[in-house]
Write a protein that binds this ligand. Structure first.
Ligand code: NAD
Length: 436
């Protein structure tokens, strides 16, 4: 099939590449000229495991091409995917200007039947808005489908190729049949393609993200309470997680959720509720608890250094909002760094993939180094913000030798407290006994 994907970020590029992998001819459109030029010259502009191999193979087979021309993209595809940003607007609602702006251009451009597929995460009612905007200008038939994306950054290719479910929100049998045909190769193991109305499809995505954010946040509150009463959150977590109604996943406490999805999606759902005079009290709590949790290590750091961080140097391990991505949007590491800088401290940071993005945002405000051990040189403490695997079994004697003070602040509970104690460190983590 001929497919166009508008917007080649984490979702669009993975969607385009994986659809090319199953034999479709895909044209990817992006307004970022530099990005398009880099992709044309064979460079994958984001870090996403396994994407490079598929990307290269499909470019070589001429099934995957890139353009800045929306007109060209719209002329090519029978199915047009919108993988555009829906960032947080000033009032917390999802900013639909990218989606509706492109919808208007689609209306003005298309000359034959097209299926417009919304892959961006959008509030209930957006498919209807997109239909209205296109319909104002279009002189041909078209359908709008809601097809929310559930891929996780860091596992995006696997998630796209083997999705647990595909959701298609559409009232058009013609569009639904095309979508089912397109996705058939991805559900050979029997995972479902769920067909539903557009509004339910749109809400499914928000409900899923809000639920996951709530699960993490609940566990963070339990962890904070563990610290008050001397319980160990790791034991509580395992004890709870063995109950199959709860499940083991998403119960790890830490310094809060970040990323380009959970924070904005929770806020957008909360705002959508208030627009209908419905107060999502649980989401209100999730938003507040998470912003507090992102700074959970700071009181521990301040208290250890007697509230005087001026002139201290902090080694930071991990800048991405989670492992296996270079994405730093709403990353808890950034909240911690900003507070430390405000207190007059210096930062020496390392992340396996996210340093280019941090440089773009912070310039020379912080020092970025080439290895996890380089970050420790002459530093007064190590702060761990992202649970990259390479941080899990470090050489503790090397850490101790390099640091001015043998103290670890671990926002991801990477180590057994007793192991770190034996190594002679002071160790502060989340929901467990502090080793002073
Ligand atoms: P992104 O910011 O990584 O990418 C968006 C891309 O769209 C950028 O390359 C940008 O240059 C391009 N763009 C902006 N305006 C354009 C225009 N008018 N024409 C063409 N291109 C344009 O965003 P993302 O992370 O891929 O997210 C896209 C959507 O998917 C969002 O709604 C997001 O909530 C949702 N989503 C994201 C993830 C994720 O893990 N990142 C997962 C599921 C759903």
């Amino acid at each position: 099939m001929k497919i166009s994907v508008i917007g080649t970020g984490y979702v669009g590029l993975v969607t385009g590449t994986c659809l090319a992998e199953t034999g479709n001819e895909v044209v990817c459109v992006d307004i970022d000229e530099d990005k398009v030029n880099r992709m044309r010259s064979g460079e994958v502009p984001i870090y996403e495991p396994h994407l490079d191999v598929l990307f290269e193979r499909n470019i070589e087979a001429k099934r995957l091409t890139f353009t800045t021309s929306l007109e060209e993209g719209l002329a090519h595809g029978a199915i047009i995917f919108l993988a555009l940003p829906t960032p947080e607007g000033e009032d917390g609602s999802a900013d639909l200007s990218y989606v509706l702006g492109v919808a208007e251009q689609i209306g003005k451009t298309i000359k034959e039947y097209k299926v417009i597929v919304d892959k961006s995460t959008v509030p209930v009612g957006t498919a209807e808005k997109v239909r209205q905007v296109i319909g104002l200008h279009a002189n041909c038939d078209f359908d709008v489908v809601s097809n929310p994306e559930f891929l996780r950054e860091g596992f995006a290719v696997d998630d796209f190729l083997k999705p647990e479910r595909i959701i298609i929100g559409s009232s058009s049998t013609r569009a639904t049949a095309l979508m089912e045909k397109l996705y058939k190769p991805f559900v050979r193991s029997g995972n479902p393609i769920l067909i539903m109305d557009e509004k339910s499809a749109e809400l499914t995505k928000y409900a899923a993200n809000a639920f996951l954010a709530t699960k993490i946040t609940f566990m963070n509150e339990i962890a904070n309470y563990c610290e008050k009463v001397g319980a160990d959150v790791d034991k509580v977590r395992i004890g709870m997680g063995t109950d199959s109604r709860i499940g083991k996943r998403f119960l790890f406490p830490g310094i809060g959720y970040g990323g380009s999805c959970f924070p904005k999606d929770v806020k957008a759902l909360h705002k959508s509720g208030s627009e209908e005079n419905y107060e999502f009290k649980i989401l209100d709590a999730v938003i507040n608890v998470n912003s507090r949790q992102k700074k959970a290590l700071l009181p521990k750091i301040n208290s250890f250094f007697s509230h005087n961080l001026k002139g201290k140097t902090f080694a930071i391990w991990g800048l991405a909002f989670k492992p296996e991505t270079d994405d730093i949007r709403e990353a808890p590491a950034l909240d911690i760094i900003e507070e430390l800088l405000k207190s007059g401290a210096q930062i020496q940071a390392f992340d396996p993939e996210a340093m280019d993005n941090v440089t773009k945002q912070y310039g020379d405000q912080i020092t970025l180094v080439k290895s996890m051990y380089d970050a420790l040189q002459e530093a007064d403490a190590l702060v761990i913000c992202t649970e990259w695997s390479i941080f899990r079994t470090p050489d503790f004697s090397r850490i101790k030798e390099a640091l001015n003070t043998p103290v670890l602040f671990d926002g991801r509970n990477l180590y057994d407290t007793s192991d770190v104690e034996k190594e002679g460190f002071s160790y502060f983590s989340i929901g467990r006994k502090d080793i002073i």
